[in-house]
Design a binder for this molecule. Structure first.
Ligand code: AMP
Ligand code: MG
Length: 352
């Protein structure tokens, strides 16, 4: 199959809507990351997503809608969900709600709940309106790779596997949506994203955060969100997070880089814009300003993909505080590093 990449004009959207209505797959931009779409009411079409991504069948998909009237095809709406929709839709918030019988098992991975979101990206909205079906769309990467935040990333992963990619430029948020369970008592963040805990709490009061957000799942623990179970967001090289105060982290990164290079590795550092000059000799990859976690979110996946393009095998990264959007950044960065981290202070003391 040849994969066309078309700019997001009227002709491309009409073609995309036709392909989706025929049960084919189309990748399209959203404000979070690029999605790989299929008709959410067509089991065969949804199964095509799993094949194209190499996604495990027990990891459910998110259904995307453009209008509240489509909810009745998919789910029951708890009162608390209604409040959240009014506050944050369209936008990067996915709600887990009780499913209706019309939703194929392929979409929900057999769960009795379904994930639903209304995206705010104008191209996603125009496409959803044109096709007028709920569209199941997980991130348009091969399973295990960082999510795509540009059409080029989608092509790298999906060339020859899907007929069409709509190019709408790079994604604003850069991390996948916040996934919030609203059907098991107090709302619980299963995956942090651009809509932060504080924003949610300002609308519905106390919100929990799933324990596995900032650590690996433990033996025997069930994943509330099946996607959290898998190796995710990983570049091919080994990432280590370096924690501590600024005055320790920068010299520690220099030490770690030199040590890795001396041992024959192709090494680099991921650092804040402010530290690029001090780390000029360590192949610095600029992750954005230390004062702007949204910028770090926006750049993270592109940076992780670049590490593979450049065949880096040892990578040392700075971290952001795990609050606000920083919680979503650290959830992804933690997984990219398989939760491997060291303290800058320890590195410096060992070198003495
Ligand atoms: P992706 O669209 O690739 O970002 O993945 C969708 C995410 O939503 C995965 O982490 C899924 O595990 C999660 N998800 C989808 N449906 C459900 C559900 N019914 N219950 C819990 N998590 C879900
Ligand atoms: Mg994904």
């Amino acid at each position: 199959m040849t994969t066309q990449v078309l700019p997001a004009d009227d002709n491309a959207l009409a073609l995309a809507a036709r392909l989706l209505a025929e049960g084919k797959l189309v990748a399209f931009p959203t404000e979070t990351v690029y999605g790989l779409g299929a008709n959410a009411l067509d089991a065969q079409a949804a199964m095509g997503i799993f094949a194209a991504k190499g996604r495990p069948a027990d990891n459910p998909l998110i259904a995307h809608i453009h209008d509240g009237s489509q909810l009745e095809l998919l789910c029951d709406v708890p009162p608390i969900a209604e409040k959240l929709m009014n506050a944050f839709w369209p936008g990067p918030l996915t709600l887990i709600m009780p499913r209706r019988p019309g939703v194929p098992d392929a979409v929900t991975a057999g769960l009795d709940t379904v994930a639903v979101r209304m995206p705010s990206h104008p191209v996603a909205m125009a496409l959803l309106k044109a096709v007028n079906l709920p569209i199941a769309a997980p991130s348009a990467n091969r399973s295990g790779k960082p999510s795509p935040t540009a059409a080029r990333h989608v092509l790298d992963d999906m060339d020859g596997r899907i007929p069409l990619i709509i190019d709408g430029g790079s994604c604003d948020v850069g991390l996948e949506s916040t996934v919030l369970d609203v059907c098991h008592g107090r709302p619980c963040i299963l995956r942090p994203g651009g809509i932060t805990r504080d924003m949610l709490e300002s609308v519905v009061g106390p919100v929990d955060v799933a324990g596995s957000v900032l650590r690996p799942l433990q033996e025997g623990e069930t994943a509330l969100s099946p996607g959290m179970r898998y190796r995710h967001y990983s570049p091919d090289g080994q990432v280590t997070l370096v924690e501590g105060g600024e005055s320790d982290v920068v010299p520690a990164l220099v030490q770690l880089y030199r040590h890795a290079e001396d041992n024959g590795h192709r090494a680099c550092v991921m650092c804040f814009t402010e530290h690029v000059p001090a780390l000029a000799g360590c192949r610095p990859h600029d992750i954005g300003s230390k004062d702007r976690p949204e910028e770090v979110a926006q750049r993270l996946f592109d940076t992780l993909r670049r590490l593979d393009d450049e065949h880096m095998d040892v990578i040392f990264s700075e971290v952001v505080p795990a609050e606000g959007v920083g919680l979503a950044v650290m959830n992804r960065l933690g997984r990219a590093a398989a939760f491997r981290s060291i303290r800058a202070r320890d590195v410096l003391e060992q070198a003495r």
